[in-house]
Design a protein around this ligand. Structure first.
Ligand SMILES: Nc1ncnc2c1ncn2[C@@H]1O[C@H](COP(=O)(O)OP(=O)(O)O)[C@@H](O)[C@H]1O
Ligand SMILES: [Mg+2]
Length: 239
């Protein structure tokens, strides 16, 4: 049986989708059958970060409404055979979607995948509650800002209230020259604010941003410091 990892953040743009595609690649390259499930319904972009936007013919909405079989909605990565994505619909919703649908979906997907990483919508809306329904653990992504920290703390509490006991956080887009700055919340302040343990740190790096735009997740470019940082987070979540 596989495990479901929910990626969440209170503030948008912290790096949930970036984290999803890179952690997915790391786990798949370690031999785990991995699925990236995009639950940004109507606003998906994970397919772009993966460079698979032209390969998505059917999505989760098509599967749940019986328009296609699950196998048609799953899109395998072109280079990494252990990695697939299941996209949410673009420009439209999924009428009547409930927590039960997501829970049943995740339990079904766990039979076929070792890890299912859910790229969830920003915030603490009902859409997050739906996305969390099938999750075994969560990774909250924040940046080193007071506003992102406050919102991450809220998400941490929300996920705890939803019954997700195994939670971690990762700090993304760190500027090394500002790490010790008194203007920003330090790592100690962040640790004292969050109710969950630290899974890892990712620096602000233009290669990550360029990789997302080119549809080539940065960890694909081989053994670099950035790849190691994503591998450390994957280890923390899975070992
Ligand atoms: N560590 C990073 N360094 C540089 N740019 C990043 C980094 N992480 C994310 N980005 C960029 O920040 C933006 C938001 O990231 P994204 O993963 O889409 O966030 P979210 O899914 O939480 O909204 C994107 O343009 C992405 O390319
Ligand atoms: Mg996103």
């Amino acid at each position: 049986m596989g495990s479901v990892i929910l990626l969440a953040s209170g503030k948008g743009g912290c790096g949930k989708t970036t984290m999803a595609v890179n952690l997915g690649h790391v786990l798949a390259s370690q031999g785990f059958k991995t699925l990236l499930l995009d639950l940004n319904i109507g606003l998906r972009n994970l397919d772009i970060y993966m460079g698979l936007q032209d390969n998505v013919l059917f999505d989760l909405g098509d599967y749940l409404t019986g328009t296609c079989k699950l196998s048609k909605a799953l899109v395998q990565d072109e280079k990494q055979e252990n990695l697939s994505i299941l996209s949410s619909p673009q420009l439209r919703g999924i009428k009547g979607l409930t927590q039960t649908h997501i829970k049943v979906l995740c339990d079904h997907l766990k039979k076929y995948f070792d890890y299912i990483i859910i790229d969830s919508p920003t915030g603490i809306s009902a859409e997050l509650t739906n996305a969390a329904a099938g999750a075994d653990m969560a990774l909250i992504v924040l940046t080193q800002d007071y506003e992102a920290l406050r919102n991450a703390e809220t998400v941490d509490k929300k996920l705890e209230a939803l019954g997700i006991r195994e939670r971690y956080y990762a700090v993304n887009k760190i500027y090394p020259q500002l790490l010790e700055s008194e203007a920003l919340p330090g790592l100690q302040t962040i640790a004292q604010t969050m109710r969950s343990p630290l899974a890892g740190l990712i620096a602000y790096d233009l290669n990550i941003h360029i990789g997302n735009n080119m549809g080539i997740p940065v960890v694909r470019s081989g053994e670099t410091t950035i790849t190691k940082a994503f591998e450390d987070i994957a280890d923390r979540l899975t070992k």
